[in-house]
Design a protein around this ligand. Structure first.
Ligand SMILES: [Zn+2]
Length: 469
């Protein structure tokens, strides 16, 4: 069994109830990171990468608001980079305690963090050459592959619902959140001063009604529930509605001889979209056209998904998809005469493989781009959805003659109906609810809903704000 050199904490803060301080995903959707203090112990919930304007996010990701060496353990909800992407940097800066997560999350973060390290090393090299010419110093990479290896070695993988004794006073359980493979809510119970306290952190909570993964479990009551709010006040399309929209889009596009482009984030969304394209083709709802997938990262992730096939709906027989292995493959498929569906990385069309396909088809009125992800206000995806006749893509202006469709039901997040269902049993026995991981309008809508459900104390903390249990 691995022995960890857990840093000894030198503080004397052993009195008072446990507290939680919110360091990320506060009134926004990136950089999930919350610190629990209980007596002399410190536990981190998630360690995500913050995304924003390059300079400020570089600085924020590089510097933690606490001493990484004083963290006893990290409890990780799932493998999206806005939840796990800064772990190697935490390790690089001295955190050497256990990283508790589910088995699938451990395997997925290995893929995600190695990919991230590769990107950082490439960016660092690009900076090096451009900064050398300008005579300025180079911002260092946040982490490298060695830090990723060390982080993976610190992972302690546990089963859903297994009770883990983190230390004699702290117990941990992971509960299926139904968001992506391996995703979990984190339920922590502490003994302090002869009293028991509890925290439930939802991580990202999945949506119900689209069988692929198991549905999210009920959210356990706690002294403090830290709840995501991405789609507060919103309602997703039903599965039947999504199928009808996709059928309409694909049928019309194929009849025109065009291509259907679907930009999708590599982890979670791509697997879900591919599953339903295959299901709907097998059921005769969609015309059978070739499905191509252009995303090397999604290919690696797919291998992990295959290892956990017992946690997924069975793969549909008879409808294959082809992974595009090389640039030549991608160009040849995107320029072929025959209609097809191309699923490519880059959910908001800001980067990723979707960009090269978009450049071929953005001014082709026969083709359609189907947006299946959240589109940030200034993203290329938001420009596509707007009514303007042109868009700016990679510094160039393009005529927007491609058809644009939006299907929001592929979201991996709970909507207002799901929140009602998943939290109503927790109302009676819950102290406080603090909302994270959402924009302010969605947080306000969810706070209003939770108050109507009977939760007495609901808030949306600002960054660095602390709440007592
Ligand atoms: Zn997520």
């Amino acid at each position: 069994m691995m022995v960890y050199n857990v840093c000894m904490n030198s503080t004397n803060e052993s009195s008072g109830p446990p507290t939680v301080t919110f360091f990320g995903a506060t009134q926004s959707v990136s950089g999930s990171m919350h610190l629990i203090k209980s007596g002399q112990h410190r536990f981190l919930l998630d360690c995500g990468l913050h995304r924003g304007p390059r300079h400020s996010s570089n600085d924020r990701n590089a510097h933690f608001a606490f001493d990484p060496c004083k963290i006893d353990a990290l409890f990780l909800s799932h493998a999206h980079v806005d939840h796990c992407g800064n772990i190697p940097n935490l390790v690089r800066q001295g955190f050497d305690g256990p990283i508790y997560c589910t088995h699938a999350t451990r395997d997925l973060i290995q893929v995600m963090l190695e990919d991230s390290a590769r990107i950082q090393e490439d960016e660092s090299n690009n900076y090096r050459s451009s900064f050398r010419r300008g005579g300025r110093s180079m911002p260092p990479a946040l982490f490298g592959r060695k830090d990723v290896d060390k982080a993976i070695n610190q992972c302690v993988a546990v089963d859903y619902l297994e009770t883990v004794d983190v230390n004699p006073d702290v117990q941990l359980r992971f509960i299926d959140a139904g968001h992506i493979l391996g995703s979990a809510m984190v339920a922590v119970a502490f003994m302090q001063g002869g009293r028991e306290y509890s925290v439930t952190f939802t991580g990202d909570l999945g949506r119900r009604g689209i069988p692929f993964l198991d549905e999210p479990s009920q959210v356990p009551p706690a002294d403090l529930i830290i709840c995501e709010s991405t789609y507060g006040g919103k309602r997703h399309d039903t599965l039947a509605g999504m199928a009808a929209k996709m059928a309409d889009v694909v049928t019309r596009t194929v009849a025109r001889g065009g291509k259907v482009l679907i930009p999708a984030f590599s982890l979670g969304r791509t697997q879900l979209v591919l599953n339903y394209l295959r299901v709907w083709m097998a059921d005769g709802l969609l015309p059978r056209v070739p499905i191509y997938v252009d995303s090397p990262l999604a290919r690696e992730i797919d291998d992990v998904y295959q290892q956990y096939s017992d946690l997924l709906e069975p793969v549909v027989d008879g409808v294959a998809c082809e992974w595009l292995e090389s640039d030549d493959d991608a160009i040849s498929r995107t320029t072929q005469r025959e209609p097809c569906i191309i699923v490519a990385s880059g959910g908001m069309c800001e980067g990723g493989r979707i960009v090269r396909h978009l450049k071929y088809h953005i001014d082709d009125p026969r083709s359609t781009i189907v947006l299946v992800s959240y589109q940030a206000p200034d993203s290329v995806g938001a420009q596509l959805l707007s009514s303007t006749p042109i868009i700016r893509l990679h510094g160039q202006i393009w005529n927007k003659w491609i058809d644009v469709a939006e299907i929001n039901g592929f979201s991996g997040h709970a909507d207002e109906v799901d929140f009602e269902f998943l939290l109503r049993a927790a109302v009676e026995s819950t102290g406080r609810v603090r909302l994270v991981h959402g924009e302010l309008p969605q947080m306000h809508a969810l706070a209003k809903q939770f108050k109507q459900m009977g939760f007495a104390d609901v808030g949306a903390p600002k960054r660095n704000e602390t709440v007592s249990l």
